[in-house]
Design a protein around this ligand. Sequence first.
Ligand code: MG
Length: 380
Amino acid sequence: MTRYILHGDGDNFFASCLIAKYPSLRGKPLVVGAERGMVTALSIEAKAIGLARGMPIFEVRARFPEAVILSGDYKLFAQVSRRMHSLIEQTTDAIEKYSIDESFADITEAIEKRRSSPEIIGKEIKERTFIQLGIPISFGIAPTKTLAKLVSTSSKPNGFRVAMTDKELSPILSEVPIEKVWGIGRRTAIKLRARGILTALELRDAPVEILAHFASPIIDIQKELRGTIVHPINKEGALQQSMISSLSFPATTDRTFIHKEFIRHIEHVCARLRKHEAVGRTFTIHIKNSAQELRSETCVLPQHANTPGTYIDHFERLFTRLIKKGERVRTTGICISDIIPQSAANTSLFDHRDVRENEIYATLDQLHKRGLEVKTGTGI
Ligand SMILES: [Mg+2]
């Protein structure tokens, strides 16, 4: 039976939240990222005058004196995010809170119960979120999550679109380059391009034999593009997924040794994340001491990541808080959770450094595969 899957995705989410809070910013070229010295998000007006993500703030100041430069307000972003999810929840509890500014919801029951249509129910949600939050969110409705994501993206900015039939979906899919399809990593995209599959539409219509050389997720993606649900709404969200690395050793007070152990855990878990083409965001470190006492410290990264540098930046602060002076430690471990596919991470949240680090680690991973021993330093 056909389901109606809704996908909502905030437009320029960080910038939009700040504009909603400070209406005098509306219409101005707004740049977020003063706290990091680099542009991490921008308003439509900022994009229009040639500003881009990753640009150093000093360059923005020099070249774009008209730009308004602000720091990220992560408390505000989290608040708006929670309200956005709960406003969609007023229509259905079959909701997956996918990321800070994205959610999937199955609105089939709501449509049936009210003998309504996806257009009416979807527009209601759109209007409710816009009135209550004052930020633009683009919505798409389609038979699967993969399709709904493409439909909402195609409706941006501040759009709303329903596409349930082949006739409605085909023109949308023909415009989507293959690497923009949810779940398709950079390497897979290169391989698909080599076989002449350049768009989402071409992947949907590709004969299954052509895909035989690929790992099974690609078949699942094709099924989803053809309208068969492979990935149902996950009410628990991605938050349940986590990766852990932990190791015990003879109890020691040697901070340098303990520190090194943690760095190894971080490198280990990040390598696993990259292997699965995934990124994580919630970061916990824990120890057990010689008195068998277990303690931990947690933080949430400003964006999803799978390279050690980003985690190490936050690790130092957690480490200082966690380890007491002279404490005899016998186990160290870390846990990274809130894991999502890399392709699904909001790339507007990635700055220059992440991109550079990602490239470096992609190269290192290749060398590892070839069996070369590579030492990954922490100075990257
Ligand atoms: Mg967004």
